[in-house]
Design a protein around this ligand. Structure first.
Ligand code: AMP
Length: 503
């Protein structure tokens, strides 16, 4: 039997001496170096007793070696389980207890804090640091690269990615070889990625965006990747002229725009700018185009589903939308109460079905069953609408829906109005408990640098645009919105902050 992902992403590169990862202040990692390192890491995994199907938990900084560890896991048939580097030891304890990995690979700096957790869970501990050093790498370097490629079928698990868990405990999304490969093949084709591409990569690699969307497509296409430890504008301005593609979260784009060094000339070598993981404001899209002449391609996906929709490569990339269902992915928007399909421009819950959709939550069959419809669609929890031309608009999470005085209120609708007001750079709308209405609308505004927002003027404008029940009952101005590392506004944090607004 073959190994589905290894055969597609790694095997073709056995003797490829092209640079895969171009690293800052370090020699590039060539394709064949990755293959060799992965084979040593696979040998090391065997040496510690890791078998096919065992989980390998990895909380390490971004490095070429971390990618090799992912590749080594594929070769050994293990399930790669990346963890956000920001997680504390007690958070990691939950994942280790839940997933029962055979080994936890961490940074040397966290070794002491994590050792007791590993011990308590019969899990081995090894280290891998940002500079590639550490006990895992050291022991693997002494081993001959193994030629054994563990057979893995399309339905075998390749990875478990825990969801960010903004409500309740985070859940382990089980991703099969089929899920990952089908999406990679689709994206390479849809975005026309080829071996002449050079991807500018500043995303973290514990998340689906930086790990699968960026890395798997690069490997499949045989492209190269400028692999930076994280995003910063100096590096991006420096490397943009050598790149052909960039994948970013919206914050990358707003920071580049604010930097002032972005010009048509700087990006003249660029073929494609992609944005995802959080909504890109239409205003950002438009400012970016007027400054660079390039239209950002926005796409939409999730940990559980890989990528679901994308704006077209050749057709109109419409600001404020996430485009159309990708080939092989079915999407439908249904009314949350009746379950009937919604009409044009009507808001409902977005559901998706296709080979890209995960295999359920790790050891949570009941929870998994609740998230799927009887005919096999995954209920994303995102609220969306489709316009007359078929473009899908994401209008928020269903848990963000506000019900005030019995009326449903979609925060996005109010945010779009607020964003238009003088002096407002962006906004977030959340609910706070209200004695009369159940929930009351609270608007949080962020002012343009150095400007003050005339709240009374905003209220007047809002009153002419929005029905009374939708109008915010309270306004707050913050310096910036709380965001996680993927650029998502943390509405749970805001809700906590404004909880006493009406009490
Ligand atoms: P994650 O599982 O961390 O990738 O988060 C997935 C969620 O991010 C989705 O369910 C959406 O709520 C949000 N998301 C991803 N891409 C977009 C986008 N282009 N526009 C709006 N929301 C997005």
């Amino acid at each position: 039997m073959a190994n589905v992902l290894y055969d597609a992403l790694l095997a073709p590169h056995q003797t490829n001496d092209k640079p895969l990862l171009l690293l800052k202040d370090q020699e590039a990692l060539r394709y064949q170096d990755l293959i060799k390192l992965a084979a040593q890491y696979a040998a090391q995994l065997s040496a510690i007793g890791a078998k096919a199907g065992d989980r390998v938990a990895v909380q390490v900084h971004k490095s070429a070696e971390a990618i090799a560890l992912y590749a080594g896991c594929l070769q050994r048939g293990c399930i790669f389980l990346p963890l956000n580097t920001a997680y504390t030891a007690s958070e990691v304890e939950y994942f280790v207890t839940d997933a029962k990995p055979v080994i936890l690979v961490c940074d040397d700096a966290n070794r002491d804090a994590l050792q007791p957790i590993a011990d308590a869970n019969s899990c081995q501990l090894a280290t891998l640091n940002a500079d590639g050093s550490g006990s895992f790498h050291q022991q693997a370097s002494a081993l001959a690269p193994t030629k054994h490629i563990e057979p893995r079928g399309a339905d075998d698990l390749a990875a478990i990615l825990y969801t960010s868990g903004t409500t309740g405990r985070s859940k382990g999304a089980m991703l099969t070889h089929r899920n990952l490969l089908s999406n990679t093949v689709t994206l390479v084709d849809y975005w026309q990625i080829s071996d002449s591409d050079v991807l500018l990569h500043g995303l973290p690699i514990y998340h689906t965006h930086g790990l699968f969307v960026a890395t798997n497509t690069t490997l499949l296409a045989g492209a190269s990747c400028i692999f930076l430890p994280s995003f910063n504008t100096d590096d991006f301005v420096n490397y943009l002229p050598q790149s052909t593609m960039m994948m970013g979260v919206p914050t990358f784009y707003t920071r580049l725009l604010a930097d002032g060094r972005l010009t048509k000339e700087l990006v003249s070598h660029m073929r494609l700018f992609i944005s995802g993981s959080a909504p890109l404001l239409a205003e950002t899209h438009e400012s970016f185009e007027s400054l660079t002449g390039q239209r950002i391609l926005e796409r939409y996906g999730m940990t559980e589903t890989n990528m679901n929709t994308s704006n077209p490569y050749s057709g109109e990339r419409r600001a404020g939308t996430v485009g159309f269902a990708l080939p092989g992915v079915e999407t439908r928007i249904v009314d949350p109460e009746s379950g009937a399909m919604t009409g044009t421009d009507d808001i409902g819950v977005l559901q998706v079905r296709g080979e890209n959709v995960f295999n359920g939550y790790w050891q949570m069959p009941e929870k998994t069953a609740l998230e799927f419809t009887p005919d096999g669609f995954f209920i994303t929890g995102d609220l969306a609408k489709q316009d007359a031309d078929g473009y899908i608009h994401i209008v928020g999470r269903d848990k963000d829906l506000i019900i005030s005085g019995g009326f449903n209120i979609y925060p996005k609708e109010i945010e779009l109005v607020l964003d238009e007001q003088a002096g407002v750079v962006e906004s977030a709308v959340v609910a706070a408990p209200h004695p009369d209405f159940g929930e009351g609308v609270v608007a949080i505004l962020v002012a343009h640098n150095g400007q003050t927002i005339d709240i009374e003027a905003v209220k007047i404008e809002v009153a002419t645009t929005l029905a009374k029940f939708k109008q915010p009952k309270k306004y707050i101005v913050l310096e910036k919105l709380p965001r996680n590392t993927m650029g998502k506004v943390q509405k749970n944090v805001l809700r906590d902050q404004v909880a006493d607004s009406f009490s």
